[in-house]
Design a protein. Structure first.
Length: 383
């Protein structure tokens, strides 16, 4: 008699991002959590830096990680949905949006150029790409061939623009959730009231929260500040298995790829120290959105009705959650139906699963496993 082990089907996801040092780690996970996550597309948006930079950064990262050429890269919006004025530059990521990363392929590298210009050297193609992606997963009778999760690690502009232009496709059943890094509850934020991704385009989040078919899964600052990349993890990133004591210098990197990621983390760590006095290590905010897909049990949370302030006041971008279960309890992602039946009003339906706590050590193990896999693949696939 043979024993067959059930193999989970990897969950298809599209990463909409604004790289960004922590977006870079989200992309690494999306590419190398292969047993549980299948990356089907990437799009870029204005956010951590202007679009011209975030799109180039995404191209460089796809080349650095040796992403399969079958994954399309599309350019999205250069400005928020309703605000013509761009947000101030975010120096936490440097002027390029991805400063300080050694061995990152240059913008002139042929592979980087190929990604960059895959769908034209300029012009937004993301919304039409989402349309094609959804249509290709619908049967003629409207049934769904494949479910896709939208992972949004910058302002939600691109996906909201898609929902506004093609509302039936957004709610067709193909997209099962929009996992968003953003928002904060009673912790220091970008403005006195709002977290950066939401403050940049609150109208976009407000649009997504209207959907009764596609709930949001939120990774707010309260969660992501638990995702600290500490020195012990940094040691293992540089030199797996190395024994090290606090106060000793960091070991030499075992490969150029590890050095690349190490410099990425060092720049981000230093920016957090100089700009926020945040000394524990950089929080890997965006990566948690991908972790939710691959390892949901590592980030338990609760169902809520989420609202976002879109008034023309200083509270613009503020997020507020009304939870269905008491604090300290855990709802499953699958529990939504339970709350749907009891709260159908416009301002009360369960439109958001808020992730609240993180198993940090398990997350760091998952991250280091992805680094191992990527390092091996890159070693045998030079640019
Ligand atoms: Ca980001």
């Amino acid at each position: 008699m043979s024993i067959t082990k059930s193999i989970p089907t990897p969950k298809a996801c599209w990463l909409d991002c604004d790289p960004g040092h922590d977006d870079a780690i989200a992309l690494l996970l999306a590419l190398y959590l292969k047993e549980t996550v299948k990356l089907i597309g990437v799009s870029t948006v204005n956010g951590n830096a202007p679009l011209v930079h975030t799109h180039t950064n995404a191209s460089k990262l796809l080349a650095l990680y040796r992403a399969p050429k079958s994954i399309p890269l599309h350019r999205g919006f250069a400005h928020p949905i309703k605000k013509a004025d761009l947000p101030p530059p975010v120096s936490i990521h440097g002027t390029s949006g991805l400063d300080g990363v050694k061995h990152l392929p240059s913008a002139d590298d042929p592979t980087v150029r190929e990604w960059h210009d895959l769908h034209g050297a300029s012009g937004a193609t993301a919304v039409e790409a989402f349309k094609e992606m959804v249509e290709s997963r619908l049967n003629e009778d409207g049934s769904v061939k494949e479910i896709v999760t939208m992972v949004i690690t910058g302002p939600s502009t691109n996906v909201a623009a898609f929902k506004l232009k093609y509302p039936e496709l957004y709610d067709s059943g193909v997209i099962d959730r929009a996992v968003i890094m953003g928002g904060a509850f009673d912790v220091p934020q970008w403005t006195p009231f709002a977290e950066f991704n939401i403050a940049t385009d609150p109208d976009a989040l407000a649009e997504l929260l209207k959907s009764r078919k596609v709930p949001v899964v939120l990774a707010p600052l309260n969660l992501t500040h638990q995702a600290i990349f500490d020195e012990e993890t940094h040691v293992q990133l540089l030199s797996p298995g190395c024994t090290w004591k606090q106060g000793q210098p960091l070991p030499e990197p075992k490969s150029a790829f590890r050095e690349s990621l190490s410099t990425m983390m060092t720049f981000f760590r230093d920016a957090y120290i100089t700009q926020f006095g945040f000394t524990m290590g950089p929080p890997l905010h965006d990566a948690l959105c991908v972790l939710h897909l691959g390892e949901p049990d590592l980030l338990p949370g609760r169902w809520a009705h989420l609202s976002v302030d879109i008034s023309d006041t200083e509270r613009n971008g503020e997020t507020k959650a009304t939870f269905f279960s008491p604090e300290g309890t855990v709802d499953k992602w699958e529990d939504r139906e339970k709350f749907l039946s009891t709260a159908q009003e416009e301002n009360a339906f369960p439109n958001c699963y808020v992730m609240e706590t993180l198993d940090r050590e398990a997350f760091m193990r998952v991250l280091l496993e992805c680094v191992d896999r990527a390092e091996k693949f890159i070693a045998s696939n030079p640019l």
